[in-house]
Design a protein around this ligand. Structure first.
Ligand code: CA
Length: 226
């Protein structure tokens, strides 16, 4: 399930884009301001960002420039001007695509899909194991290793651990985990998160009993110590 952040100060445009993305089963979040959006992108967990160039507090280009110091996240710019300068600037910043307003939200979603497919293809070609502390995650192959041992996980255990692994050290509350992991089964009751955390813990303990990487933050949620 791909997660997209839309940074756009025009509510009507943002709403149309969010609606189009969610209709195509993307998880879509919204920031009105560049600074706030940048903070969220830096926290990680996003697969792509849609950046309005003309934001009230900083330009979309500035957001992208700062983001590029820490991340290669795919970026699609939205611009109100069709001038070449915007395009060149955008592309020099490592933007992957841009759209000139007014645009069709459906066309934007198609571009999003194309970018993500390309990222997936590259990932599959590299069959990359991304190492995070004691964990290694093959996102394309949906496999996770813990201290070198590949874990045998159910679908929801995998999605849960992947969600924690995407934001190591962060405290993720149940609502957030439910949204990430159980999106296709919204009727599931809250404590399902706890149940799966329990079985996950047991599987991790079976690999290395000396570590207990899943931390419970009472009343707040869970986090992963890598
Ligand atoms: Ca704007």
């Amino acid at each position: 399930m791909s997660r997209i952040l839309v940074i756009e100060d025009e509510i009507a445009i943002a709403d149309a884009v969010l609606y189009a993305l969610r209709a195509e089963a993307f998880i879509a979040d919204h920031s009105l301001l560049g600074r706030e959006g940048l903070l969220r992108l830096r926290e990680g967990g996003y697969d792509l960002a849609i950046l309005d160039v003309g934001l009230p507090d900083m330009t979309g280009f500035d957001v992208c420039r700062e983001l590029r110091t820490v991340s290669n996240l795919p970026v699609i710019f939205l611009t109100a001007r069709s001038g070449e300068i915007d395009k060149v600037l955008g592309l020099e910043l490592g933007a992957d695509d841009y759209m000139v307003k007014p645009f069709s939200p459906r066309e934007l979603v198609a571009r999003v899909r194309a970018r993500l497919r390309r990222v997936e293809t590259l990932a599959a070609e590299n069959t990359s194991w991304r190492e995070t502390g004691a964990f290694a995650h093959d996102i394309a192959g949906q496999r996770i290793r813990f201290t070198g041992t590949e874990l045998s996980l159910t679908r929801y255990e995998y999605l849960l651990l992947a969600a924690l692994l995407a934001r190591p050290g962060a405290i993720l509350n149940r609502e957030r985990l439910m949204a990430d992991v159980w999106q296709d089964a919204p009727e599931t009751v809250d404590r399902t998160v706890d149940t799966h955390i329990k079985t996950l813990r047991a599987k991790l303990r079976a690999v290395d009993a000396s570590r207990d990487p899943i931390q419970t933050h009472r009343g707040l949620g869970y986090g992963l110590k890598v």
